[in-house]
Design a protein around this ligand. Sequence first.
Ligand SMILES: *[C@@H]1O[C@H](CO)[C@@H](O)[C@H](O)[C@H]1NC(C)=O
Ligand SMILES: *[C@@H]1O[C@H](CO)[C@@H](O)[C@H](O)[C@H]1NC(C)=O
Length: 341
Amino acid sequence: MERWLHAAVLMCLLVLCSGRELKTKSAPIYNSTLANTLAEYTSAVYTNDLTQLFTWTCEKCGDLTKGFEVIELIIDVKNCLEAYVGFAKDMNAVVVAFRGTQENSIQNWIEDLFWKQLDLDYPGMPEAKVHSGFYSAYHNTTLRDGVVHGIQKTREAYGNIPIMVTGHSMGGAMASFCALDLIVNYGSEDVTLMTFGQPRIGNAVFASHFKKYLANAIRVTNAHDIVPHLPPYYHYFLQKTYHHFPREVWVHNVGLDSLVYPIEEICDDSGEDPRCSRSVSGNSVQDHIHYLGISMHSESRGSCRIVTDDNMLRYKIGTVDGTIVLSKEPGLSVDQQHSAQ
Ligand SMILES: *[C@@H]1O[C@H](CO)[C@@H](O)[C@H](O)[C@H]1NC(C)=O
Ligand SMILES: *[C@@H]1O[C@H](CO)[C@@H](O)[C@H](O)[C@H]1NC(C)=O
């Protein structure tokens, strides 16, 4: 009897889900394989050992990301920010990945998110407001120059290939500003953005500008992850509230007991689909650090520990203002690079 009930529930769920998919067929395509691949790229940026990351030999540097060539790795030690740029042969694309903040404990960082103000006018977009901290982490640090330089180098070597920008948590916020910057200020074409568990970064006016420039952006959210619920959305205070840009893809489990399975729900283009993650309370930190079965945090939690061995120091080309930049010429292996120098 119970079995039949389960089967019936499962059938209903399947019908409901496929119904949703049909309805959103004309919407921008969400590519689940791409999401898994970019989740792996994002996860790798949490590797503490810079040597392993730069040579793409880290524990997380395999599987769907095998053969990736890091061209530029930028670490702003002072602000505990990090990003890399490189060439993904499989996808024939430039991949740019941003690391989420690990400055203090993740709990403290999340608590602070409740109080972030919309305190900055986004340049050139009337009435678009964003949070200055998120904005500055990308625009007002050495990351921006490093990332742009890395993209230019990669495209000079491999042609005008697509750019895929990704990041998790705070890294997702930075990835969003980066993707927009590449289009608005550098005239880049073919920019794809996919983020994981990112917070809100601006108001509704900003979100609508964002949508114009990045019509196919995807924000993956996971189950009860608290971060996409922050800073809070106040529906009774629409002029002043934060508002996500579209399009959310909400990954969550459906079913009962032993028949539970995950679905990737493609949400509407409002940015704030009430049927997606907003239909549940965001109360989980655990759901924030695991996406699509991949862990999204550094091995030493709650610190900005960065490790390099002496062997690596010869690639350290910049240490201005507490920034480390590891850089190589595209196409050469790290060893060839060494003998060429
Ligand atoms: C989805 O992404 C993968 C990985 O980039 C790619 O190989 C595949 O062709 C994509 N599928 C579609 C339908 O675009
Ligand atoms: C960027 O940094 C400069 C110098 O530190 C500072 O004066 C400026 O207010 C910052 N801009 C933003 C948007 O935070």
